[in-house]
Design a protein around this ligand. Structure first.
Ligand SMILES: *Cc1c(COP(=O)(O)O)cnc(C)c1O
Length: 466
């Protein structure tokens, strides 16, 4: 495809990218909102960077979309070769508000020019406190709440467990099948899947127990029955007297965008309340308008004791939080929580801008519209293609699970081939699932309807050819 547009230059020492920081109402640099392939993917400039990556970056740090990204905004990611890809991944549910969203960019620039760091544990500053106030207000439940800020989702989960142990005086933690909670030692222990997250990295943290979750497509159980199965196992194998916390993603992320059966989560919460066990909702992936509600917990009518957040919170800046019942959050001695960078002022400024957009720019409604568009088209494709076993999810967190139509067995090979074909055609899609047989759709909420539709057309075409 020929084009008279100058492709953005690959950023290099002493050289700035040619993308000017002009912003649009959609969010992000004023990039044409189109899928455009100037070269095969990866193009020559991207290949150059990937070769340098292979030389300089540890092999364990992989990548699934082989491009050198230089700019993104609205619903596209542009690479160094001038290719413009439709973004159905949001950098794993991070740029929910839109990549380089103008409000976020402005807040970052202003804060960076004023104060980049004091360490909140040394000298407090207002933006951290304001992020805490906002989280306390936006999270489910109108009880007294407090928050503490960290750098990553895994760090938030680690701290939620620390806080629950201190509050209860108990040690055991229960996590679920298909769970993903991070890559640090404790969170690897909480995460279910060995390859690639845990394999060879043990020994893992002690006092972590795993019980079955609710996965309606595969277990066929009602929410009540799935909860009874989990609770019975907890009582027999762990014992409420030893259990500090139960941690669960209200809609599981890496495990396959699994939406639990109705009644499952409320029954688990009720059991926790009756047994002095802290219920932690890990909303690192599902939080902040992503599912068509501010938090996924709201879909199930549950009010978690503690809630962990990160990913979408700050429009791409690293920030995470634990928010919850004030009595639980205050159980820790002064100095027991913190970290050098936790709640960095620039990240907090970005979070305040992003959370303002989530609350006031109609993004929850936009996620609901995206659900209608995505599930409508995916179910249409599934109706004539029995290899799609299920379309599920909420809001802009939607998945298609691929199976062998004869046996219902997970088809990871097909899933991988479809994802690869989509990426080659200029559509960024991510896979997930314990069995590697799920394609997940996590578009930024700033994407336009036409790009969403085109992205799914490409998926349908890919399915037809693999
Ligand atoms: C991504 C994720 C984490 C880990 O977050 P990091 O910022 O990568 O440490 C934890 N829990 C869930 C549900 C996640 O999706």
């Amino acid at each position: 495809m020929a084009s008279d547009r100058t492709p953005p230059r690959l950023y290099a020492r002493g050289m700035s990218t040619s993308i000017a920081p002009v912003t649009t109402p959609l969010g992000g640099p004023s990039l044409p909102q189109e899928r455009r392939l100037e070269t095969a993917i990866p193009g020559p400039r991207s290949q150059e960077l990937l070769a340098r990556k292979a030389e300089a970056v540890a092999a364990g740090v992989g990548h699934t979309v082989p491009i050198a990204a230089v700019a993104a905004g609205g619903g596209v990611v542009v690479d160094a070769d001038g290719n413009s890809l439709i973004d159905l991944g949001s950098g794993i549910a991070v740029t929910t508000v839109g990549n380089a969203h103008p409000k976020v960019v402005e807040a970052i620039a202003a804060q960076a020019a004023q104060l980049t760091h004091t360490c909140f544990m040394i000298s407090p500053y207002e933006s951290y406190v304001e992020v805490a106030e906002t989280l306390n207000r936006l999270t489910p439940g109108d009880h007294a709440k407090k928050s503490a800020l960290f750098n990553s989702g895994a760090e938030a989960v680690e701290n939620a467990v620390k806080i629950a142990r201190k509050f209860t005086g108990k040690q055991a933690v229960v996590a679920f099948d298909h769970a993903y909670h991070g890559r640090t030692n404790l969170t690897m222990a909480l995460t279910a899947k060995s390859m690639p997250y845990k394999s060879g990295f043990g020994p893992f943290a002690a006092e972590v127990y795993r019980v079955p979750a609710s996965y309606p497509f595969r277990d066929g159980l009602s929410g009540q029955d799935a909860a009874a199965r989990a609770i019975s196992m907890i009582e027999k194998q762990v014992g409420a007297d030893n259990l500090a916390a139960v941690i669960i993603e209200p809609i599981q992320g890496e495990g396959g965008f699994v939406v639990p059966a109705d009644g499952f989560l409320p029954a688990v919460v009720e059991w926790c309340r009756a047994n002095d066990v802290v219920f932690i909702a890990d909303e690192v992936q599902s939080g902040f308008a992503r599912t068509g509600a501010m938090f996924a917990s709201e879909h199930f009518g549950i009010v978690p004791d503690l809630i962990t957040t990160a990913k979408g919170i700050a429009g791409g800046m690293p920030l995470a939080a634990v928010t919850g019942r004030a009595d639980i959050m205050d159980a820790t001695h002064t100095g027991g929580l913190g970290g050098t960078y936790g709640g960095n002022p620039v990240a907090c400024a970005a979070a305040l801008a992003a959370m303002d957009a989530f609350e006031n720019d109609g993004l929850i409604e936009r996620a609901q519209e995206i659900e209608t568009l995505l599930t409508g088209r995916l179910r249409e494709i599934a109706a004539s293609d029995p290899r799609i076993g299920e379309v599920r999810g909420r809001g802009a967190m939607i998945a298609a699970e691929f199976v062998d139509p004869e046996t219902g067995a997970p088809d990871a090979a097909l899933t991988g081939a479809v994802a690869k074909a989509c990426i080659a055609a200029g559509v960024i899609v991510l896979t997930c699932g314990t069995y590697g047989n799920v394609i997940r759709f996590l578009p930024p909420l700033s994407i336009g309807d036409d790009l969403l539709a085109e992205g799914l057309d490409v998926l349908a075409e890919a399915l037809g050819t693999v």
